[in-house]
Ligand binder design. Structure first.
Ligand SMILES: Nc1ncnc2c1ncn2[C@@H]1O[C@H](COP(=O)(O)OP(=O)(O)OP(=O)(O)O)[C@@H](O)[C@H]1O
Ligand SMILES: [Mg+2]
Length: 272
């Protein structure tokens, strides 16, 4: 679904911000991009979305080069949730906001179909549609932004720090909905995230970046268990991973799994 071939990018008058990035993401994967501040994560997802174009190399989405794809087609394929929802929201009611995105991307469809789709999404996200986005809380505005992106049913969903500033409940709300889209509709998800607990809970695969380069790529748990990689990339893995490693408890990466492994061990000890 997504393929980067030796992609490099420089902002004007600077050395390369990302260098020689090559990776592929299959349809339906849930991939997290990890790395310290300034590692080049946002630049990479902007390259995937075609918001910026590679200085060298190629970015392909579903077999077509983003540099040659019209913006309208790309917007239909790829939805991009910015870290700050206020950079995305521009209308006075939630309904207008959702219809705005639908008209921009699916303007060729009959109006009744767009209206029906908007109502479906409003109901799904628990909005009446008459709410004023700027009177809503930060988390609710994030949900409005997500609703307007999901309304157009993109094949790829890019999330740049989707949970920053959200409380636990809102975070679960947003992330569970994204997981549903990923599992039920096979939407490919690429998420930049600094919250390693969220990464462990939701992503299957992690790409690790440092200084604009790709340092690691693999299943999330394996990546977190690679101490050298975590140190080099300045990432603090979830505490449960470190604790399970220290206790030599393979598979005890969540409190529930850890409790199960410890209970099984204790039972084994009693039986002996
Ligand atoms: N518009 C821009 N013009 C010039 N330099 C930029 C621009 N945007 C980003 N940079 C630089 O490119 C580098 C990578 O930035 P990027 O935003 O991709 O990092 P990031 O990994 O997303 O960091 P963070 O975790 O802080 O969001 C940084 O050194 C940054 O200063
Ligand atoms: Mg960033």
């Amino acid at each position: 679904m997504i393929e980067l071939e030796k992609v490099s990018f420089s902002y004007a008058a600077q050395g390369p911000t990302v260098s020689d990035l090559s990776f592929q993401i299959e349809q339906g994967e849930f991939v997290a991009i990890l790395g310290a501040n300034g590692a080049g994560k946002t630049t990479t997802v902007k390259l995937i979305d075609g918001l910026i174009r590679p200085t060298s190399g190629r970015v392909m989405i579903h077999g077509s080069d983003t540099a040659k794809t019209p913006v309208s087609q790309r917007a239909r394929q790829v939805g991009f949730l910015f870290q700050n929802p206020d950079r995305q929201i521009c209308k006075n009611t939630v309904r207008e906001e959702i219809l705005f995105g639908l008209s921009a991307v699916r303007g060729d469809e009959p109006e009744e179909r767009r209206t029906a789709r908007a109502e479906e999404v409003l109901a799904d996200f628990g909005f009446t549609g008459d709410e004023e986005p700027f009177a809503l809380s930060r988390g609710q505005r994030q949900r409005v932004a997500l609703a307007s992106i999901l309304a157009v049913e993109p094949e790829v969903l890019i999330l740049d720090e989707p949970t920053t500033g959200l409380d636990y409940r809102e975070c679960c709300h947003i992330m569970d909905r994204i997981r549903r889209m990923n599992r039920e509709r096979k939407v490919t998800v690429v998420m930049v995230c600094h919250d390693m607990e969220v990464v462990l809970d939701y992503a299957d695969r992690a790409l690790v970046m440092a200084c604009g380069r790709l340092l690691g790529d693999g299943p999330v748990r394996e990546i977190f268990r690679d101490r050298m990689l975590m140190e080099t990339a300045s990432i603090l893995p979830p505490q449960m991973i470190g604790l399970a490693q220290r206790l030599g408890l393979d598979g005890g990466d969540t409190p529930e799994a850890m409790a199960d492994v410890l209970a099984a061990r204790a039972k084994g000890g009693e039986e002996q």
